[in-house]
Ligand binder design. Sequence first.
Ligand code: PNS
Length: 161
Amino acid sequence: MQVIYPGSFDPVTYGHIDIIDRCSKKFDKVIVSVLNNRAKKNLFTIEERVEFLEKALKDYDNVEIDTFSGLLVDYARKKGCTTVVRGLRAVSDFEYEMQMALMNKKLEKDIETLFMVSSGKYAYLSSSIVKEVAMFGGDISCFVPAEVEKALREKIKGGLK
Ligand code: PNS
């Protein structure tokens, strides 16, 4: 079975990588799909976000990195994949995730959303909080790959847009 793991990945964190690692052991193929949405203000470009993922996941034979725009259900149909995986960190994630899963189901009845509970050690991690910690000079080396850490530092030095 193949699954889609969609997200903004702005930038990828060890929390995402942990979910992808665990999915790669449970499913034949994991398609990590990065949302390319010009309307959404991301810190990193789509190319940068894809490159971070490609580097971090280069050793996984059954993980594909892809991008999508528009509706997730349309993209899923194009990929011939009806299973979406989302990570769940805390109760606070639940409402939004439930809303998305139900909307996707309404749009496309064959779509199933599977929730994978994040590992305890990453339960407090998010791309936004990592960016905030980095912005104020905190150590983020245990939250993101070295490549991402370096790029974040450079963005911050150059002045965040
Ligand atoms: O990492 P994120 O930002 O929580 O990921 C959210 C994402 C990309 C999965 C979600 O915003 C999405 O699927 N966007 C595509 C547009 C869409 O299909 N919207 C309707 C379902 S809510």
